[in-house]
Design a binder for this molecule. Structure first.
Ligand code: CTP
Ligand code: MG
Length: 373
């Protein structure tokens, strides 16, 4: 039996994001989801160490087949906390960094193959192309190791249960588990690593990582605009909400310009026509349809075509209604209609100029970022 421990409890200080590094999105999923997906076909049990306070978020993302434990103050400490959760009949353990999100399942399999052939510790490594210097604390070179003997090592690293347990028994610290096994005097076997197992450390590593995703994920953007003039006696629907004290606008549907602009932005990003061609007057079943119903329908159409929505923003342009006090409510309504995606809602006037500035109606402009895997 094989268990995998994924160290994901770091804060990602060098990356500098406001959320833990393992929760950063890379293409269609977070770093931790990439890592779990690569190891899940190789390991029978997956244990993830999460930063304190983020355990519930990790469980929500990863589902209940993954064991989530709170990590420690250092990587080695986190691995030890993971090790305590390993099932008792385990033969091999893979230890992986969530930060090496794109390490492939083939690499994990090759680590396991080497363990099956009798190795007790197996770590992937790549040749070192730069010359490396050993320096002293004053910044003077002490020596130049022979480059051909150097390897840049990666994860997943594989160990027999006994060897990894012994390596961690002393509570020592190291930046990888291979180093702890070396200090036990056990043989550590290097196998060929892979460039795509790059450790994502700073934001600039994301571009490299994305290049490994290649055509797997393509992003596209779209812009949509809508405007309707006020019509006395109609109810106002805007940004998914009913505005009881405001004048409504004319329209084939409920006249929600914010929702309509978002629909068009989504159609523009996906090349699937526009509001008119999908829900226009030739489709009487959409007469009077609410903005949120059209958003749901648009989401369903673009989902069928293989797209996912990354982000949507919409700006309402007009003198009234004042959006501010209901912004949160409106964002929740729009986001719910789009299956929970991130929505930004802004509002502006046009300084008395143009049709909406003269108070004749309301307009909205939206943008959408979508991707296809
Ligand atoms: N890690 C961990 N527990 C810690 C520290 C690090 O599980 N206390 C994990 C990280 O989440 C990461 C892996 O160990 O997946 C490698 O560490 P690193 O790339 O250094 O990540 P961070 O420690 O999060 O980043 P930084 O050092 O920039 O803060
Ligand atoms: Mg670190």
């Amino acid at each position: 039996m094989i268990s995998a421990i994924i160290a994901a409890a770091g804060s990602g200080e060098r990356f500098g994001a406001p959320i833990p590094k393992a929760l950063i999105q890379l293409g269609d999923r977070t770093l931790i989801e990439h890592s779990v997906s690569a190891l899940s076909s190789v390991a029978d049990q997956i244990i993830v160490t999460a930063p304190a306070g983020y355990e519930a978020r990790f469980r929500e993302l990863l589902g209940n087949t993954v064991t989530v434990v709170t990590g420690g103050a250092t990587r080695s400490e986190s691995v030890r906390l993971g090790l305590a959760q390993v099932l008792c009949d385990v033969d091999f353990i893979l230890v992986h960094d969530a930060a090496r999100a794109l390490a492939s399942r083939e690499l994990a399999q090759r680590v396991v193959d080497a363990l099956n052939s009798g190795e007790v510790a197996v770590i992937p490594g790549l040749a070192q192309s730069d010359t490396v210097k050993v320096v002293d604390s004053d910044g003077y070179v002490v020596s130049t190791p022979d480059r051909s003997q150097l390897r840049r090592v990666q994860t997943p690293q594989g160990f027999t249960y006994g060897v990894l347990q012994a390596a961690h028994a002393s509570g020592s610290e190291a930046t990888d588990d291979g180093a702890l096994v070396e200090s036990l005097g056990k043989k550590v076997r290097i196998i060929e690593g892979e460039e795509r197992a790059i450790k994502i450390t700073t934001p600039s590593d994301m571009a490299t990582a994305l290049s490994f995703l290649g055509d797997a994920t393509t992003f596209s953007t779209g812009v949509g605009v809508d405007a309707h003039h006020f019509e006395t006696g109609r109810e106002l629907w805007l940004a998914g909400l009913h505005w009881p004290d405001e004048t409504g606008v004319e329209g084939h549907s409920d006249g929600d310009v914010a929702a309509h602009a978002i629909c068009d932005a989504l159609f523009a990003a996906t090349g699937l026509g526009d509001l008119g061609s999908n829900f226009g007057v030739s489709r009487p079943e959409y007469a009077g349809a609410s903005g949120t119903a059209l958003l749901k329908e648009t989401l369903s159409l673009i989902t069928k075509a293989g797209y996912k929505v990354s982000h949507v923003s919409v700006q309402v342009i007009g003198n009234k209604p004042k959006i501010g006090s209901r912004r949160v409510e409106a964002i929740a309504a729009l986001s719910a209609a789009l299956g929970g995606v991130e929505v930004a809602l802004l509002a502006t006037t046009t300084d008395g100029m143009g049709l909406t500035g003269e108070g004749k109606g309301i307009a909205a402009i939206a943008s959408a970022l979508v991707f296809k895997s």
